[in-house]
Design a protein around this ligand. Structure first.
Ligand code: CP3
Length: 340
């Protein structure tokens, strides 16, 4: 088999037109997703039911023939597998019982796989059912981002509760992040064993930290994950996505060992070009350009292709597609990329 186009780019080759996929490509903007979601029951039932999880993963591939497919699951299955309770409420997102310092030592990193078995089965089935040319991406949340939900018990705009927790309890925070790193590495390794071609580490909340905390809470645990995954699978590309990391993007690839840098849409083109000179990048169309469509979408796609299109690039959004986005705009985006 020829190497999958997505993997060529992830390993550093310039491919034109670039491979493309979208974060949150399986989701509420698709009527067929909403349909399956209704059948499945709760959001977690959907994540843990391989029949339904395979189905929603394949939906955007059938419709748009993206170059990569991403396992349907959630970053919060790791705290769930570690024994924390978790539910998703309509309109509110994830709700957990906030973790206390005393709870951290009770987290058992070697007992996660029972709960996660259905996810591994989903990966195994997906690799069989996906078209040959479509890469399969596994994923996990970065320890810091996962910890923010465990500590606050829900999403917050600036992760103030977790920053305060970490400053008041630095050793406990290090322990928590280390346990999450160990579990997440195991989780990714199992996904690769079942057929994932690449893995992405989502650090959605790395952009709220000062330089010192970024090094200790974002970079260090992600480096631990990468070290463990690379020890088993040195050739499987790892994508790091430290969203909103700003100038801290510069040191991130080297410090963590990730192969591909995922860029959010606030990264200036000049910086994106510099980062691409050091290795493959992924991104970074503003999801609101996709939602708005028309000229805003055309200009956004053109700017990225003109500046980054010849280097190693995986075309993506700078964050997930939102539920209100019209499907025709996705088709338009793909046309702009593929028919240039
Ligand atoms: O298509 C894909 O990208 C794969 C599936 C995927 C989901 N979540 C499905 C999902 C992936 C990769 C994630 C990652 C994730 N989950 C992140 C990191 C990326 C990011 O968006 O920043 C985070 C922070 C989470 C935690 C999470 N899950 C939140 C905060 C929410 C609620 C917000 C929302 O959009 O509703 C979720 C729920 C969730 N995860 C949905 C989906 C499709 C929507 C739930 C539904 O269908 O009701």
């Amino acid at each position: 088999m020829n190497e999958r186009k997505f993997l060529l780019a992830a390993k550093g080759q310039g491919v034109f037109p670039p491979p493309v996929w979208m974060m949150r490509q399986a989701g509420r903007y698709l009527p067929e997703y909403r349909e399956t979601r209704k059948k499945a029951g709760s959001f977690l039932d959907l994540c843990y039911n391989p029949d339904f999880a395979v189905e929603v993963t394949l939906q955007p591939i059938r419709r748009f023939q993206f170059d990569a497919s991403i396992l349907f699951s959630d970053i919060l299955v790791i705290p769930h597998a570690l024994g924390r309770d978790l539910r998703f409420e309509e309109g509110r997102g994830p709700i957990l019982t906030p973790i206390e310092v005393e709870d951290i030592q009770a987290l058992k990193t070697d007992e996660i796989h029972g709960k996660l078995a259905p996810v591994y089965e989903t990966v195994r089935r997906l690799r069989k059912e996906l078209p040959e040319e479509t890469a399969l991406i596994g994923f996990c949340g970065a320890p810091w981002t996962v910890a923010t939900y465990m500590i606050a018990g829900h999403g917050t705009p600036d992760q103030a509760p977790s920053r305060v927790f970490g400053y008041r309890n630095p050793e406990a925070m290090d322990d928590l992040l280390h346990k999450l790193a160990v579990s997440s590495a195991e989780y990714l390794i199992r996904q690769i064993e079942e057929g994932a071609d690449a893995v992405q580490i989502f650090d959605s909340w790395s952009g709220v930290l000062d330089e010192h905390s970024f090094a200790r809470w974002c970079v260090k645990p992600v480096a631990e994950i990468v070290k463990r995954v690379k020890a088993r699978f040195p050739d499987v590309p790892v994508i790091g996505f430290p969203r909103n990391a700003g100038l801290l993007y510069e040191s991130y690839r080297k410090a963590t060992g990730v192969d591909v840098l995922g860029l959010d849409w606030t990264v200036p083109m000049k910086q994106a070009i510099e980062l691409q000179a050091q290795g493959p990048i992924q991104g970074n169309l503003d999801p609101m350009r996709l939602l708005a469509g028309g000229r805003a979408l055309e200009d956004g796609v053109k700017t990225i292709l003109d500046s980054l299109g010849n280097g190693p690039l995986i075309f993506n959004l700078g964050h997930g597609i939102t539920p209100q986005t019209p499907i025709e705009h996705v088709q338009q985006m793909l046309k702009l990329i593929r028919e240039r």
